[in-house]
Design a protein around this ligand. Structure first.
Ligand code: NDP
Ligand code: MG
Length: 370
């Protein structure tokens, strides 16, 4: 029986994780549940799961649960926890990832912003404490499954991207897209922030940086291709030119269960069985760089290294929040990111404090550019 800490329990990945746990009561127990501010939703989950620890990080209403930012680290290092599912959105998840890895836990990581902001420190924390990082992100889970199946390191990785709701829109129309249009994702149902990231293609840049840190390849060996059906999750090339893929109907429950059981597999009757005819024709297109400037900004930040990925991530977070609050246009998101990267790409990155400083400065600079 593995003890699970679920951070971000009331969100989209949190809900999918609990669906997976519900089908495997003999294998997993929810030891800790932590959410951002949705105390009401947490109360319902606590009634069902009876965890040892439950907490709300922000907000005014706590229903008597533990409160505050320390709750994420407390849950992540709880002695009865074997696996931390980090499904918090944004840089707020970083401390918990670091603490869990230092405490020797497995981290099933949905919170990709953590790796983008501080990939080297996350890797160092895993080495120090003997913890293990396993991706939940569907593309990275696909890569990992191919690597495990092959038993060898890949030479090139191509991540697929749905292309988002504006895949075939003209450039000017994309720049003026509304909130409702941006939240109308064609193939995945997800939280608001990552849905907007998918529409700008910032998500795919974050994922290339995530792949860099997870699989150790340079950016010349990391690519993205638009695949509107979201059936093939990644292409993994090996040195002899052979390419493996992992395939399936879009569902986060498959990569979540794999992150819990890696490198093994557990039978799961709750997953829609694959049907190639129902999947229909599979198509591929290049990324339209001129319409989705956030993609190139993110890849350039990844290549620059140092604090640049943290700056890209933080500027994107505040710009997406401003867009979702109706304060800036969709086209203002890459503009704000660009302003922060131009000013701060060379910021120091030699410690966690330096990265936090870069993160804070990027939020300020992006804010001034809005
Ligand atoms: P949601 O917005 O649905 O859920 C986010 C969760 O994080 C909520 O429980 C929220 O709590 C909590 N949260 C938000 N801010 C904080 C904070 N400052 N401190 C603690 N908890 C906080 O997002 P998703 O589930 O869609 O995404 C979660 C992460 O997984 C993101 O990093 C995303 O990029 C990644 N991911 C998501 C995928 C998906 O299919 N959804 C696919 C691949 C990756 P509350 O609601 O109470 O505020
Ligand atoms: Mg993904």
């Amino acid at each position: 029986m593995k003890g699970i800490a679920l951070l971000g329990s009331t969100g989209s990945i949190g809900t999918s994780t609990l669906n997976v746990l519900r089908r495997h009561p003999e294998a997993f127990r929810a030891v800790a549940l932590v959410t951002g501010s949705n105390a009401e939703g947490l109360a319902g989950q606590v009634a069902e799961w009876r965890p040892d620890f439950a907490a709300v990080v922000n907000g005014t209403e706590s229903h008597g649960f533990a409160r505050g930012r320390e709750a994420l680290v407390a849950a992540a290092t709880h002695p009865d926890v074997d696996i931390v599912v980090n499904a918090v959105v944004g840089a707020a998840g970083l401390d918990a990832t670091l603490a869990a890895l230092r405490a020797g836990k497995r981290v099933a990581l949905a919170n990709k912003e953590t790796l983008v902001m501080a990939g080297h420190l996350v890797a160092a924390a895993a080495r120090e404490g003997g913890g293990e990082l396993v991706p939940v992100d569907s593309e990275h889970s696909a890569v990992l499954q191919c690597v495990v199946a092959q038993g060898a390191a890949p030479s090139r990785i191509i991540l697929t991207a749905s292309g988002g709701p504006f895949r075939s829109w003209e450039r000017d129309r994309v720049a003026g897209a509304t909130i409702d249009e941006a939240l109308n994702h064609p193939t995945w149902s997800m939280g608001a922030k990552i849905t907007v990231d998918s529409a700008t293609l910032a998500n795919k840049a974050l994922e290339l940086i995530e792949a860099h840190f997870l699989f150790g390849l340079g950016y010349d060996c990391l690519e993205a291709v638009v695949h509107p059906q979201s059936i093939i999750h990644a292409f993994v090339e090996f040195p002899d030119g052979s390419v493996l893929s992992q395939v399936g109907f879009p569902s986060m429950e498959v990569p979540i269960l794999y992150a819990l059981t890696h490198p093994h597999r557990m039978a799961d009757s709750g997953v829609r069985r694959f049907d190639p005819v129902a999947a229909g024709p599979l198509t591929f297109e290049p990324v339209r760089h001129d319409c989705f400037p956030a993609f190139d900004l993110g890849v350039a930040a990844g290549r620059a290294g140092g604090a640049a990925p943290a700056v890209f991530n933080a500027a994107n977070e505040v710009a997406v929040a401003a867009f979702l609050e109706g304060r800036i246009a969709f086209g203002g998101i890459p503009t704000a990111i660009d302003a922060a990267l131009t000013r701060l790409a060379d910021a120091p990155a030699d410690s966690l404090d330096a990265l936090r400083e870069a993160d804070a400065a990027a939020r300020r600079t992006a804010g001034e550019a809005m």
